[in-house]
Design a protein around this ligand. Structure first.
Ligand code: NAP
Length: 231
């Protein structure tokens, strides 16, 4: 199958590129700026890396133009910011929505004509447990990830009759660069709050994505992959 993975140079997305490439699928992934990481993943997996800011609609259209119809889109590109709502500022607020929400729309819009033509497709959006319950000091991030859940449910209803499934993975704490600046005491507290008593790994998220790719009667769902932290 043909996979598009947004945000494939690092973390969860890079693990998804590794996994689906190793399964023999053709993978093209997008990344924003980390060329060295993207080239390393591309060399390792044989997947195509394309530098493209998902917040730029024209750039996304161009990046996916010659790919042909995609069977699977994994909308994983995302950014986070930790701080009080009074400190975030409008530019950062707008940027987080531009990447985390508008970026998803841009990727969906680019792959949809091919999926509609095939009357088949699978879209997996990456939300967060904070999109389900909200996190103090991550109000904007939580709002974007809540939007991802609503987008997923609405789009699943709209595209179901075209045999295109749309689901969402809502990770808990996952050990990637995104958590690198979280204080060790906070990480330890989050681990203690997790019934399975560990943080998530990118491979845990990819296992859930793999399930959603194969689960042909599942659409519009939010699959929480958080070690039981949010039940
Ligand atoms: P990460 O390690 O920081 O990797 C983020 C990836 O997204 C990188 O490949 C990055 O590319 C790409 N990206 C960021 N902004 C982009 C843009 N404007 N255009 C194109 N690509 C862009 O993050 P992660 O932890 O793997 O997170 C992946 C997804 O899971 C995100 O949506 C995140 O919100 C969600 N999530 C993560 C956690 C967690 O604890 N880690 C928890 C819940 C949800 P560059 O390398 O070029 O920067």
């Amino acid at each position: 199958m043909n996979f598009i993975i947004a945000g494939g140079s690092r973390g969860i997305g890079a693990e998804a590129v590794r996994f689906f490439s190793a399964q023999g699928h053709r993978v093209r992934f997008l990344y924003e700026k980390n060329h060295a990481a993207a080239m390393a993943v591309s060399r390792e997996t044989g997947a195509e890396a394309v530098c493209c800011d998902v917040a730029d609609k024209d750039a996304v259209t161009e990046a996916l133009r010659d790919f042909g119809p995609a069977d699977v889109l994994i909308n994983n590109a995302g950014i986070a910011h930790y701080g009080l709502i009074s400190q975030i500022g409008k530019a950062q607020w707008d940027r987080m929505f531009a990447v985390n929400v508008h970026g998803m729309y841009h990727c969906i819009d680019a792959v949809l004509p091919g999926m509609l033509q095939n009357q088949s497709g699978c879209i997996i959006n990456v939300s967060s447990m904070w999109g389900q319950v909200g996190a103090s000091c991550e109000v904007c991030y939580s709002a974007t990830k809540g939007a991802v859940i609503a987008l997923t449910k609405a789009l699943a209803k709209e595209l179901g009759p075209s045999h295109i499934r749309v689901n969402c993975v809502a990770p808990g704490v996952v050990l990637t660069d995104m958590c690198a600046n979280v204080a060790p005491e906070t990480m330890e507290w989050l681990r203690e709050e997790t019934p399975l008593e560990r943080h998530g790994l990118p491979a845990d998220m990819v296992q859930a994505m793999d399930y959603l790719v194969r689960a042909c009667f599942v659409t519009g769902q939010v699959l929480a992959v958080n070690g039981g932290m949010i039940i």
